[in-house]
Design a protein around this ligand. Structure first.
Ligand SMILES: Cc1ncc(COP(=O)(O)O)c(C=O)c1O
Length: 385
């Protein structure tokens, strides 16, 4: 049997492998605290569950339009208007099974041998994996701790060439928890305006999990780049709906039809039940979201202070998402070695920095999507390293 050569370029998300390892150790009777997983530890809010049950009893059992039901796309459009004071037609919105397919589709639409795609390093591992799969050259844009893990604009500009088709940005950032505010995003847009042939994929999946009273500077607010901007968003993180597989994205006129064709070819449509649940999430009460973000902010401060109290660990202050990205260089271990010892000897599951790029071997990612009690216990255990 021969498989396509392209398949050997695919990479994976090691957070899933770590989760499997942690589960195995738990089954063997070990006490494991899982700080490896990138999903909120809260249940989906009750009103959303009720809407899903109603969708089932109301008979929403069939296929829907491939781009999603119109009321949902209208609700997304309204939400964008309320949040960012900008109009997006429901025709430019695509509902997909989670946000991840947007990365897949953008890479398939723009990637091919001979072109370059810039992506954040450290960053969500699927970016590089998908770029490589298409045969395009992945160009890492290093995010450095000295820049608060924000995009270094001069560095970005040096990486843009006449072969650059797509630039992937992610704010707030996974894995570092860094957040770029409106001033920084405006500077970034000023540079992007100089390269009108380059498309931008802005991954804003953590847009609602932002601390210190900042608001989200979505790239959707910037009219000058809208004709070549794709925005990836969704329900997974904001509404604790990772398993419902529901995402939304905004696409420019020139490419929405290609993206929609990929939907038809790939999955026909997202789950009808999830779409009705997602509609309630957007139009129903938002107090659960506010509560959850407050709790993440409380944990963020606890984790940041707690890690910085440990002798050989330094942790940058996260501004969003639910991750901390401590620097462990003074332990004289690589992130891989540190994560191995944390899991196998101390019972704390973490993800090594190297899972997110080539520039962050001396870091680990810690997700604080776990109870305060467990986080406290985990930090105590890590103090033994
Ligand atoms: C930065 C980033 N983008 C996209 C996704 C994919 O989200 P979804 O579960 O909605 O596919 C994730 C999930 O962890 C993520 O961290």
């Amino acid at each position: 049997m021969q498989v396509s050569k392209r398949l050997f370029s695919l990479e994976t998300e090691s957070a899933f492998a770590i989760l499997a390892k942690a589960k195995k150790l738990e089954l063997e009777g070990k006490d494991i605290i899982n700080l490896g997983i990138g999903q909120p530890d809260f249940p989906t809010p009750q009103n959303i569950l009720e809407a899903a049950k109603k969708a089932i009893t109301d008979g929403h059992h069939g296929y829907t339009p491939s781009n999603g039901i119109l009321p949902l796309r209208e609700a997304v459009s309204k939400k964008i208007y309320e949040d960012y004071n900008t109009s997006v037609s429901p025709d430019n919105i695509l509902i997909t099974p989670g946000g991840k397919p947007v990365i897949f589709f953008a890479a398939l639409i723009f990637g091919e041998p001979g072109v370059e795609i810039i992506y954040p390093d450290p960053g969500f591992p699927i970016y590089r994996s998908m770029i490589k799969y298409t045969g395009a050259t992945p160009v890492p844009l290093e995010l450095k701790e000295k820049d608060n893990f924000e995009v270094n604009i001069e560095l970005l500009e040096k990486l843009i060439t006449n072969k650059t088709r797509l630039i992937i940005l992610n704010n707030p950032n996974n894995p570092t928890g860094s957040f770029m505010n409106e001033t920084k995003i405006s500077q970034l847009v000023n540079i992007l305006e100089k390269y009108p042939e380059t498309v931008i994929l802005s991954d804003e999946i953590y847009s609602k999990i932002i601390f210190d009273n900042f608001s989200m500077p979505s790239l959707l607010k910037f009219e000058s780049i809208r004709d070549r901007l794709i925005v990836l968003e969704g329900w997974s993180k904001t509404f604790c709906m990772t398993g419902w597989r529901l995402g939304w994205s905004v696409w420019p006129n020139k490419i929405i039809d290609f993206a929609n064709k990929l939907c038809v070819n790939d999955h026909s449509c997202p789950s009808s039940i999830s779409q009705y649940a997602g509609l309630e999430a957007l139009i129903g009460p938002q107090d659960e979201v506010v509560k959850i973000v407050k709790e993440f902010e409380r944990r963020k401060s606890f984790v940041h202070n707690g890690l910085n109290r440990l002798k050989k660990i330094k942790c940058f202050k996260p501004g969003g998402a639910f991750y901390a990205f401590p620097n462990i260089i003074e332990t004289n271990m690589s992130g891989n070695q540190f994560a191995d010892i944390a899991l196998n000897e101390l019972g704390v599951a973490l993800v090594p920095g190297s899972s997110f790029g080539d520039s962050v071997d001396e870091y680990v990612r810690l997700s604080y999507a776990n109870s305060m009690e467990n986080i406290e216990k985990a930090i105590y255990r890590l103090s033994k390293i």
